[in-house]
Design a binder for this molecule. Structure first.
Ligand code: GAR
Length: 200
């Protein structure tokens, strides 16, 4: 069982839901969690008949309590892999250590370039010629864990944040299901900072 955590549109969630439905990902999405009441991800999940929860961080006295509630929901649903897909909260060691090596994140840049919440805007402002997508394991630091897959996306001279983001999204929707499949099929091992592929 996979859990997907989102904060917004949920287009990556949609790509994962479709991949699971079409058996391109060898597991069911059993749980979707958002930290935003209006996240479109909630509707997308329910359209696929997937249990979806808005868990409001403000209803918990501390971040650790919030994360313990997320852990409990995952445990109840037999979650083996947590996929962050536009989940705009930094998970603390409480959550990360519980699911160590079993949390993935997708980021719209070629890490370690342009970490943070505005990677596409930052790449354009910097004048970079290449943007990209990274899928990585999550560790205790932001946008930092071992890299599983990356793909470059060239930046055109007339690009706006919107035009570049839409090309990046297309790559994300292909790369994330592929990364999830590799992990679930047991074809990757984490060796320090490196992710090595076995049996591919
Ligand atoms: C995605 O582009 C993802 O890479 C990005 O948020 C977007 C969510 O889109 N994540 C980050 O910037 C994390 N630092 P979606 O809700 O349509 O999947």
């Amino acid at each position: 069982m996979i859990a997907v955590f989102c904060s917004g549109q949920g287009t990556n969630l949609q790509a994962i839901l479709e991949a699971a439905r079409d058996k391109r990902v060898p597991a069911r999405v059993g749980l979707v969690i958002t930290d935003q009441a209006r996240a479109k991800a909630l509707q997308r999940a329910r359209r696929f008949g997937v249990e979806a929860h808005f868990v409001n961080p403000r209803q918990f006295p501390a971040k650790a309590d919030y994360e313990r509630a997320l852990i409990k929901l995952c445990q109840v649903n037999g979650v083996v892999l947590v996929c962050l897909a536009g989940f705009m909260r930094v998970l603390s060691p409480v959550f990360v250590s519980h699911f160590s090596g079993r949390i993935l994140n997708i980021h719209p840049a070629l890490l370690p370039a342009f970490p943070g919440a505005h990677a596409v805007r930052d790449a354009l402002a910097w004048g970079a010629k290449v943007a990209g997508v990274t899928v990585h394991f999550v560790d205790e630091k932001v946008d930092h864990g071992p890299i599983l897959l990356q793909e470059a996306v060239p930046i055109a001279s007339g690009d706006t944040e919107g035009s570049l983001f839409s090309r990046i999204h297309k790559v994300e929707h292909r790369l994330y299901p592929k990364a999830i499949r590799l992990v679930l099929e047991g074809k990757v091992r984490i060796r320090g900072r490196r992710v090595v592929f076995t049996g591919r």
